[in-house]
Design a protein around this ligand. Sequence first.
Ligand SMILES: [Zn+2]
Ligand SMILES: [Zn+2]
Length: 270
Amino acid sequence: MYTTPLVDYHTHTTYSTDGYSSMKDMVATAAALGISQIAVTDHYDPDYPLDAWGEGFSLAEYQNEMEIVKEEFKDRITLIKGLEVGIQHGGTMDKCSQVVRGYDYDFIIGSFHCAEGFELSCGSFFKDRSVEDATAAFYKYVYDCLRDYKDYDVLGHINVIDRYGSYIPFYGDELMDIIREVLKRIIEDGKGIEINTSSFRYGMGGHTVPSQGILQLYHELGGEIVTVGSDAHAVRDVGFGMQWAYDKLRSVGFRYLTTFCQRKPSFIKL
Ligand SMILES: [Zn+2]
Ligand SMILES: [Zn+2]
């Protein structure tokens, strides 16, 4: 019987455009579920191609509310003050860095919701090329950006691209070689990845985030920093799949789960 405490390191509140539940409700729900740490990681996606997603709230107010809710629930659950920044090339990185450094965060998820100036979910990224070519282009884009951008702790939903193509391509040697370079970059920079259990809710079936192959490769390369998050956007999904993710990590050979406080990793035995 394992006694690893439940921690959910990826959640959204109404501070995110696509969030449905208040921060207080999210944290109260997590506490009621017996979760010991919840990272609130609302979206900050500057230069979003379709609209000003994520720029519509005051980061100062966001900090303030995290402090208030953290204090209110401190005897029941630890609120980890987080943010999910949407990385894109060029000036977007400077905006993300400024925000990350401008406030007192515990944990930063660096995510790709866009690539090459396109929003991934709207389909235009895949236009006029095969799913295989688009997928390879996505990971090359991630690699290029992470060469320059360092203001994050874990890379969010690494294979998010699998969610948006008309099918999930076969991850052969060519694709895995690019992913290997991405993972090596992450490890060399002292960063990590996350298991994001939302793949089940998005109907990706056995294609988890990360996939088994990517998670194994990360482990083989010596990667040790892994957080687990539900990516809940409403109370009903808080804590979703945590035990599954822990078992997945154990099965691949990981012995520790990572948590963060003031941007520093700690390790909990799995
Ligand atoms: Zn995301
Ligand atoms: Zn998210």
